[in-house]
Ligand binder design. Structure first.
Ligand SMILES: [Zn+2]
Length: 419
């Protein structure tokens, strides 16, 4: 598949309307389903037991009515979140790759080469999983709508798919894989996703749900090609209570609570990088299932989820977009995480001169607040960053940047190791 220079322009004009639609959907659902319970429950009590109309029982009726209503109010969102939580399988991510042998120590883009920013999704579920009915066409349409050019499916299946599925659906590249539970001594420790490069014996191993990892800090991942630094499901679990509350009175804040790299994950990432003395490639997981709904209305359609979060890769300008070039970009650390609902991140770049005398950041056309970190410590902050920022003569360590927009996380870069 050849790709053009402009990858995801159209996708962002409807950001605001989509956020508004999300809030409206949640509020309508709360109003239509839950509000009648306030009225219906006391009415049922009155009809079934007329004696309760006596004055002495009024207090009891009010208490019962409130109790039942609160019960219903709690039951529905709890049920919904149980669906989210139980719909998640944990393990380790694993993706086959032909170019495994050339292990790189630095995740920088060579400055003399030109790159194209291509948006994609890693960790998506389809009808091949027991807990999703999503079709390839639905996934492809949602991807196209959001300027996403490639998808790595990681279904809950026993083995890698046999290879007779289409490479491309509606002009979106599909790579097939699996997600397996990763257990150590019977303890659920994370997520195992693998995708395959056809006819290849080699794998690209990505580790998902790192919030679940309970392994010893000194135990290294086997052939770790990247970690799931941000997981919508993981964050949903971490902030469950907060999200439940916000679903009702601040649904517009649900996005920023879900689309964040947690402090724990950032710390884990840094530790792993120090342990292995190399930049550890990162990606973000929508973990999209499109399996939550009520009365036939999806609460987690692929389109919504893909708009919130994605993994961008840089591939060389003259490369074709295919499985090999995508895997290569991921392994070389040429990825960054974007919460695209806040705006188009195309144009963001982060690299170091090969002699390490300078680190450069280029901001997208839409700018924001730039934060520069070394070994997870904030080194510099630009409230409204210029289009280009340089760090001359950087000290040794793992460098990375974050960009915020409207006070919310927008871009999380990979690491650059300065030795
Ligand atoms: Zn999953």
């Amino acid at each position: 598949m050849r790709i053009g220079l402009k990858t995801n322009k159209e996708a962002f004009s409807e950001n605001d309307s989509s956020r508004a639609a999300f809030c409206l959907l949640v509020r309508t659902w709360a109003f239509v389903i839950l509000s009648p319970m306030f009225v219906i429950t006391p009415l049922i009590l009155l009809v079934r037991d007329p004696n309760r109309r006596k004055l002495k029982n009024v207090f009891l009726r009010v208490v019962l009515g409130i109790g039942k209503t609160v019960g219903w109010l709690m039951a529905v969102p709890v049920f919904l979140f149980l669906v989210i939580v139980t719909g998640t399988k944990y393990g380790q991510l694993n993706i086959e790759n032909a170019a495994r042998s050339n292990k790189q120590a630095v995740s920088v883009r060579p400055e003399q080469k030109e790159f194209i920013d291509v948006r994609g999704e890693i960790h998506v579920h389809s009808f091949l999983s027991w807990d999703s009915k999503g079709t390839f066409e639905e996934i492809a349409q949602a991807a196209k709508k959001n300027g996403i050019r490639w998808i790595i499916l990681t279904d809950h299946i026993g083995q890698l798919p046999p290879g007779n599925y289409p490479d491309e659906v509606d002009n979106v590249l599909f790579i097939y894989g699996q997600e397996r539970c990763h257990k150590i001594d019977g303890v659920d420790c994370g997520s195992d996703l693998r995708a395959s490069l056809k006819d290849s014996e080699r794998h690209l191993n990505l580790y998902g749900h790192i919030e679940k990892f309970r392994r010893s800090p000194n135990q290294q991942w086997e052939r770790c090609d990247g970690i799931e630094l941000v997981s919508l499901h993981g964050n949903g679990r971490t902030y469950l209570g907060k999200l439940l509350a916000k679903l009702f009175w601040a649904p517009e804040e649900v996005y920023p609570d879900l689309t964040v790299a947690t402090r724990e994950n950032l710390t884990y990432w840094q530790k792993l990088a120090e342990l292995e003395q190399r930049p550890i490639p990162i990606f973000a997981a929508p973990d999209a299932h499109q399996n939550m709904g009520i009365l036939g209305v999806h609460l987690d359609p692929y389109g919504f989820i893909f708009k919130m979060i994605s993994t961008h890769i840089w591939i060389e300008k003259n490369e074709d977009l295919n499985q090999a070039s995508i895997f290569r970009a991921i392994k070389l650390g040429r990825t960054y995480i974007a919460f695209d609902y806040l705006g188009d991140t195309t144009g963001f770049q982060f690299w170091a001169a090969e002699n390490a005398n300078c680190i450069r950041v280029e901001l997208p056309r839409l700018t924001g607040k730039l934060k520069i970190f070394r070994d997870n410590t904030l080194i510099a902050e630009y409230q409204s960053a210029p289009s280009s920022v340089s760090v001359p003569m950087p000290l040794p360590g793992f460098w990375r940047v974050e960009v915020e927009r409207d006070g919310k996380p927008w871009i999380v870069s990979g690491q650059i190791l300065v030795k």
